[in-house]
Write a protein that binds this ligand. Structure first.
Ligand code: ZN
Length: 1034
């Protein structure tokens, strides 16, 4: 799935059980691999085993989990990373599985003295625990009569929850049992777009894996009217379905065991309402070119909403084949994952479309179908028919996407060495769609903005479309062909899709400068990952709640995931990364994988310098949250390196002992630009030294910022680098210059450098002309400005404004407002103009007004260059007449990306009555679609007039908001972040804390709330630390 707010420099997220990642290696996983019958399923044991990849917790009926407490786990995790294989808890926990226990891979450094210490401590703890136990034991313990035995000494009978009918529900875990495996689904759906309801019939062919008395699967908001069950060739009999709503589970119980190896058929008939949110099988409407209202029905299942459209085993590991039939009225068309096989006219006059059975095994979240009134353009690419669908009047806007998709499909077919396996690939623009896009196999769905490109679209609009298409197409391999076993490893899908989106564009559309965007994305991921509330890329498989699953769709999963892949690729010798991936794709195609499977495939392909294995290195990056700060000093050829976690939080934190195996790259003053200058050293320990030539004057670490770490050069090191920048800017690549700016600001936030040092570095910018470093500086200064702007110090605000305009003024004045072909220049000038006009620089606002007047001139309207539309509209929206004319234009424009720019302009008004109006309109969803509410809230939050009001709006309307956007979802993460991230006072901290803690059941404990609180505290700290310096130096 593509997040819809890609353009924001947001960072989001909460508090999980990251540390349980370091539990013993997965017994079940190994067994699953050995199972020849059904790869991906445990071949052992019973019905009572929950399918739990990655974890050794075999949840056996009657035995509670043997949880470690946090501290123990944390200690163990750190120890493991240090290479100690002490205290094998797994064997104590599940002795019967010990023959299968995988040994922890050998680590590069072992610390026997530490081990002795640990054993000593362990014995001490054991002895004192026994003493404590004796002290607390009841007096009867050692008497001859002994204590009265109560039930607690025998294994506890499982406690089953009550189903809706009051009878016990026969399963007591939120995850499905592994005893039954679906093989094929036969789905028949009859939607009624007028009554907004549908009926369905689902026939599930399944295989019994282990003897069991129950079949448990998912269903949500479906009213099941009839259920029959057939075993083998026996007669099918009617069965009773029990439902447990909190876990969205249904079950059928049997008096006798169903036997392993039996084939059974469960048939369920049901009716339901089409969903009025953005997931499940939902209905939506739009106005066509004549203004007439049109309706459509479409699906969005990822992550857990297939169960809202048909009863199913709705976990990614339960792959099966699907045959879909949909009944429609003649005026509509239907689409699904596969090509249409036939159409039958029913006695009612309705038509039934039947699609071919999927030729691949797929996870339920990738199933999709659409009933709508769309038209298409098509092209054959190799053996695949590629089509782009849209509403009829936008057919002309589909050609760019068709071209992009065709080129990218060819690129991926070649680079992955595995052909796209389906005969058709549809890309569909849906007028009302919440995510950016969704990678359903063979039927990718998009927002109109992310797929359609008009004649007047700017190259920046095209860049967005190419990006999203590249992302979703990469998913057809990473995510669809090879799927993560559970949502804890979502990064295997999203991290890869994000990585390939930039990598494929670099080859296929280099003119779109995807490299600059990828660099920004890495900075963005670091902003989020430097908070204590972040999570590891691969989290514990114990997470099960829908909110936790939704919160996985965040910047760490997508962008840090992609950044780690880039770091690995730039560390491995040429070609080895691809070789390992091809091996991984071939080994796991059609099935599921966990993170270690990936590292193992890559380790077989290559071992790194200093005998470092890919697996050893990468586990330190995916299993720990956060990232390192590398401090470097260099004297007389001796280079000292130190690593520590880069952690902004002032709170007592749990992962300060973390160590990473860091592929440190470096260049020096004699050779610093070309890729061949780059040298590599793997820093595994807290400190290390290396030798360089005595004549080296300075080192720049993290060449091109391909590594996921920040570097501190110390006072002298920074001075040497700043001096070089000022004397010869071309000593560094543009990305290295952006990286220096980024690192300097990050260190300032950490309190390691003073603000005057930051300003000293920025002094070189008067000579800078490249987009990446300029945009980075602009973005950092803007965020400082936005914070200051919200505080009662107008004098300082105006000084800061003066400083920024001064710094960029000459550059701004050199840019013109005409057509511009280079994407990179467009990005730069739109960012600079938005900043200048936003700060009220008259040259800028005057020019913007001229362009707006020319556009609205009734006799000879002139088109505004696409990259300048947003800034021009935003300036226009500040006047009464401009705002009203934009509102009118919003109603008429059919072109979605222009609509969004107008909307942002409308929301940038400083008139509070209009702010009230527009937020309410976004919430109601009639004039402005509700899918745009997070965008509106984000824009209003940035402005001075709206930032307090919008926070009140969110508080007052919380219940309506979470009705539209589920707790934990990306829109909710974005809303929480944008409304709170500019607070920097104790009062606001308490206010935000008070609101979220008062929500109780209406607010699942979300990582984004923790992150918001942390951010406010950090803003507070930064202000306390830097205000005096700012007052002095500006
Ligand atoms: Zn995605």
């Amino acid at each position: 799935m593509e997040d819809p707010f890609d353009s924001e420099r947001a960072s989001l997220p909460r508090n999980m059980i990251e540390n349980s990642m370091f539990e013993e290696e997965p017994d079940v996983v190994d067994l699953a691999k050995d199972s020849t019958a059904f790869p991906g399923f445990p071949a052992l044991d019973p019905d009572e085993v929950v399918y739990e990849p990655r974890s050794s917790r075999l949840l056996v009926r009657g035995l509670g989990e043997n949880d470690l407490d946090d501290e123990e786990e944390d200690y163990e995790s750190s120890a493991r990373l240090l290479g100690m294989s002490f205290m094998n808890r797994s064997s104590a926990r599940s002795p019967s599985s010990s023959p299968y226990t995988r040994q922890a891979p050998p680590r590069s450094c072992s610390c026997p003295s530490t081990r002795k210490l640990v054993v000593g401590v362990f014995i001490l703890v054991l002895v004192s625990s026994m003493a404590m136990a004796l002290y607390f034991l009841p007096g009867c313990t050692f008497t001859k009569a002994g204590c009265h035995k109560d039930n607690s000494s025998t294994p506890i009978e499982p406690v089953y929850p009550n189903s809706t009918t009051g009878e016990p529900f026969p399963w007591n875990e939120p995850r499905l049992p592994a005893s039954v495996r679906p093989v094929n689904y036969n789905l028949s759906l009859t939607p009624n777009l007028t009554s907004k309801t549908f009926t369905g019939r689902t026939v599930i062919n399944m295989m019994i894996q282990h003897d069991t008395k129950r079949v448990v699967l998912h269903s949500s908001d479906l009213n099941i009217t009839k259920a029959t069950f057939q075993v083998g060739k026996d007669k099918s009999v009617e069965v009773k379905v029990l439902e447990y709503k909190p876990w969205q589970l249904i079950a059928v119980s049997f008096p006798e065991d169903l036997k392993a190896g039996q084939v059974c058929v469960l048939t369920l008939e049901y009716k339901a309402n089409l969903s009025n949110t953005y997931d499940g099988f939902y209905n939506s409407s739009y106005n066509d070119v004549t203004g007439a209202k049109r309706v459509l029905a479409a699906t969005q299942f990822e992550p857990q909403a297939a169960r809202k459209a048909f009863p199913c085993f709705d976990e990614p590991a339960f792959k099966a084949t699907f045959l879909v039939r949909i009944t429609r009225e003649p005026e509509y068309i239907t689409l699904s994952n596969m090509p249409k096989a036939k159409t039958t006219t029913l006695p009612s006059g309705l038509l039934e479309d039947e699609f071919e059975q999927t030729s691949v095994n797929m996870s339920t979240y990738l199933v999709a179908f659409i009933v709508a009134n769309f038209t298409s353009v098509s092209r054959n690419v190799s053996n695949t028919l590629v089509s782009v669908y849209s509403v009829a009047e936008k057919k002309e806007h589909t050609h760019y996407a068709l071209d992009a998709a065709s080129k990218l499909l060819q690129f991926y077919n070649t680079i992955f060495d595995v052909d796209y396996p389906l005969r058709k690939l549809d890309l569909v623009a849906i007028p009302d769609f919440l995510a950016g896009a969704m990678e359903n196999w063979g039927l990718i769905t998009f927002r109109e903005t992310t797929l359609l490109v008009g004649n007047q679209s700017s190259p920046l609009d095209k860049q967005l479309v190419a990006n999203v298409v590249a992302h979703e197409l990469a998913h057809q391999w990473f995510g669809n062909l090879v799927t993560m076993r559970w949502w804890n490893d979502l990064w295997l899908s999203e991290g890869f899709a994000t990585y390939w989106q930039y990598t494929s564009l670099t080859t296929v559309f280099p003119q779109l400068y995807p490299g600059d965007e990828f660099l920004e994305v890495r900075f963005k991921a670091m902003a989020k990952d430097s908070l204590n509330s972040t999570h590891s890329v691969s989290v514990s498989s114990q997470m099960t709640s829908p909110e936790d699953v939704l919160e996985m769709f965040d910047s760490v999963t997508y962008e840090k995931g992609a950044s780690l892949l880039l770091m690995l690729n730039s560390t491995l010798p040429d070609g080895q990364f691809r070789k390992g991936l091809i091996e991984y794709l071939n080994k796991y195609r059609g099935s599921n994988s966990v993170t270690d499977d990936l590292w193992n495939s890559l380790t077989q392909a290559q071992v790194l310098p200093q005998q470092e294995s890919v697996s050893d290195m990468m586990r330190t990056w995916t299993l720990q949250k956060g990232f390192p700060l590398v401090t470097v000093s260099c004297k007389d050829g001796q280079v000292n390196l130190t690593q520590e976690p880069f952690l902004l939080s002032r709170e007592n934190t749990t992962h300060t002992s973390s160590l990473w195996h860091i592929p440190v790259s470096y260049v020096n003053d004699s050779c610093s630009q070309a890729p061949s200058c780059r040298q590599l050293f793997v820093l595994r320990n807290k400190t290390a030294t290396l030798k360089v030539s005595d004549s080296v004057k300075w080192l720049k670490l993290n060449y091109m910022n391909t590594g996921f770490y920040i570097v501190h050069y110390g006072v002298e090191g920074w001075a040497a680098l700043i001096n070089t920048l000022k004397t010869d800017i071309s000593s560094f690549t543009a990305h290295d210059r952006a990286s220096l700016i980024h690192n300097m600001f990050a260190l300032s936030r950490l309190g390691r450098v003073s603000f005057p040092q930051v300003l000293s570095l920025l002094g070189y910018l008067t000579k800078e002309t490249e987009t990446a470093p300029l945009k980075e500086a602009l973005s950092q200064l803007s965020s400082v400005y936005r914070l200051l702007d919200k505080r009662p110090d107008p004098y300082l605000v105006s000084r800061m404004k003066g400083y920024i305009l001064n710094l960029f003024g000459p550059l701004i004045n050199s840019l013109d407002w005409g057509e511009e072909q280079s994407v990179s220049r467009q990005e730069l000038r739109s960012a600079l103009f938005e900043m200048a006009c936003g700060l009220g620089q008259e040259n800028c606002t005057d020019q913007a007004k001229v362009l707006y007047d020319q556009r609205t001139n009734s006799t000879q309207p002139k088109i505004i260059p696409g990259d300048l539309e947003r800034v021009v509209f935003s300036v226009a929206a500040q006047s009464d007449s401009g705002w009203l004319s934009l509102l009118e234009a919003y109603g008429h424009t059919t072109y979605d990306s222009e609509k969004r720019k107008i909307l942002q302009a409308l929301a940038s008004t400083q008139d509070t009555r209009r702010i009230v109006w527009i937020l309410n309109a976004g919430l109601q969803g009639s004039i402005i679609q509700t899918q745009e509410l997070p965008l509106l809230i984000g824009t209003v939050s940035d402005g001075f007039a709206g930032h307090l009001f919008v926070w009140n709006f969110v508080k007052e309307n919380w219940d309506s908001i979470i009705e539209k956007f589920p707790l934990g979802s990306y829109p909710i993460q974005s809303i929480i972040k944008s409304t709170t991230s500019q607070f920097s006072t104790q009062m606001h901290l308490e206010e935000v804390q008070g609101f979220f803690s008062g929500l109780k059941e209406r607010g699942h404990p979300m990582r984004s709330v923790q992150e918001a609180l942390e951010t406010i505290r950090l803003n507070q700290d930064w202000m306390d630390r830097n205000l005096p310096a700012l007052r002095q130096s500006l």
